[in-house]
Write a protein that binds this ligand. Structure first.
Ligand SMILES: NC(=O)C1=CN([C@@H]2O[C@H](COP(=O)(O)OP(=O)(O)OC[C@H]3O[C@@H](n4cnc5c(N)ncnc54)[C@H](OP(=O)(O)O)[C@@H]3O)[C@@H](O)[C@H]2O)C=CC1
Ligand SMILES: CC(C)CCC[C@@H](C)[C@H]1CC[C@H]2C3=C(CC[C@]12C)[C@@]1(C)CCC(=O)C[C@@H]1CC3
Length: 345
């Protein structure tokens, strides 16, 4: 076990710092005077004040140099949620997170902030203003969610005030913003292929979409409030925009902002879900022969057709959280940041 790094030093590490959320987090940490060590499987940018360490987080030897002299670690690496590679999710999110915890202990790290997901309590049915006391999903909707649950449990259980190792989990939902590689690009791709004409269900279901800077704000607040006498030790926190919105209004605002038509025709939820399930099964059976990548997976249909929004009351109370960018402004800034995805570009 290494000696503890001086508490409060402004050196931190961001595991997954090359990704969408990770890079926004790194930029804000630099603004706030931190020096940052990024650990990621790839390097996607260069910035003064940032040192990159490339490697797989499942490899303790590769991780160790990135955690040297660091008192605070953010862990926001994960395989892309859209993948259906169960073995990869298990290796990276479960086994890899054990490795991260062990490597933190060996490096004398004092605080670990995990990016979890509000989806850890989602089973594909309505959640309205769900609090952190909801049980973990017994039937998670996919391997991503299944392994995010185990990952969160591991990190929260590792919180040990006696040993001076404090942990907290941030549960964002539907992160969007400039450079997001999935939500807007998938939406635009679907629109360009003429498949964004339909609304699944009656279109009134409310969902949380969270602007990336609010997610970053929640992470940094949690890190700075994480002390042995704080109520946040070993707990999960929902971080949202605190403005649930109709799923289909959000999609329409983004699409219309980029010059595409908003979806108009309604399809019954159960019909679309059933078809998505059939297609998923077919893709599974035919996988040895041909690779089929359906746009409307059961997971996406469940996310698009149910209410699922979460209370961030606990984050407000325990860490003084308040969103820093409203939904309307977040959408405007996001739309503006994708000139290459505009209709006709
Ligand atoms: N986006 C969203 O709406 C939400 C995301 N989250 C969570 O937020 C976190 C960040 O998500 P987001 O920024 O969107 O994801 P990204 O895919 O943009 O970022 C994740 C980064 O981790 C890297 N990575 C993956 N596997 C490994 C590995 N084995 N070792 C080292 N690095 C690795 C990725 O590399 P590569 O790209 O090459 O795989 C990528 O650079 C994740 O934990 C995700 O579960 C939670 C709720 C909602
Ligand atoms: C084709 C359309 C019906 C849907 C297009 C948009 C979707 C790609 C996104 C809408 C909600 C998003 C979402 C996530 C990924 C992108 C969406 C499905 C997550 C699964 C990302 C990881 C999480 O932890 C939870 C997110 C929930 C919302």
């Amino acid at each position: 076990m290494a000696t503890r790094v001086r508490p409060g030093n402004k050196r931190c590490a961001v595991i997954g710092g090359s990704g969408f959320l990770g890079r926004h987090l790194v930029e804000k940490l630099l603004d706030k005077g931190y020096t940052v060590s990024v650990f990621d499987i790839r390097q996607s940018y260069e910035l003064p004040g940032v040192t990159f360490h490339l490697g797989d987080l499942c490899d303790p030897q590769a991780l160790a140099p990135a955690l040297r002299d660091v008192s605070l670690v953010f862990h926001c690496a994960s395989p892309a949620p859209g993948s259906d590679n169960r073995a990869l999710f298990e290796t990276v999110n479960i086994k890899g997170t054990r490795t991260v915890i062990q490597a933190c202990a060996e490096a004398g790290v004092q605080k670990l902030v995990l990016t979890s997901s509000a989806s850890v309590v989602f089973e594909g049915t309505d959640i309205k203003n769900g609090g952190e006391d909801l049980p973990y999903a017994k039937k998670p909707i996919d391997y991503y969610t299944e392994t995010k649950i185990e990952q969160e449990k591991l990190v929260l259980a590792a919180c040990d005030k006696e040993k001076g190792f404090l942990t907290v989990a941030i549960r964002p939902h539907g992160i969007f913003g400039p450079r997001d590689p999935q939500l807007v690009p998938i939406l635009v791709d679907t629109a360009r292929r003429g498949k964004m004409k339909f609304i699944i269900g009656d279109g009134t279901n409310l969902v949380d979409f969270t602007f990336v800077e609010n997610v970053v704000h929640g992470h940094i607040l949690a890190a700075e409030r994480l002390r042995a006498d704080s109520p946040i030790c070993g707990k999960p926190y929902h971080i949202t925009n605190d403005e649930p919105v109709r799923f289909w209004d959000f999609m329409s605002d983004v699409l219309v902002g980029l010059g595409y038509a908003a979806p108009r025709y309604h399809l019954p939820y159960t019909l679309v879900y059933g078809l998505a399930l059939l297609l998923w099964l077919l893709a599974l059976i035919l996988r040895p022969l041909v690779s089929i990548k359906p746009t409307f997976t059961p997971m996406r249909v469940a996310l698009a057709g149910t209410h699922h929004y979460y209370s961030c009351e606990r984050a407000k109370q325990d860490m003084g959280y308040k969103p820093v960018v409203g939904l309307k402004e977040g959408i405007a800034r996001t739309v503006q940041s994708y000139p290459h995805l505009r209709q006709g570009a």
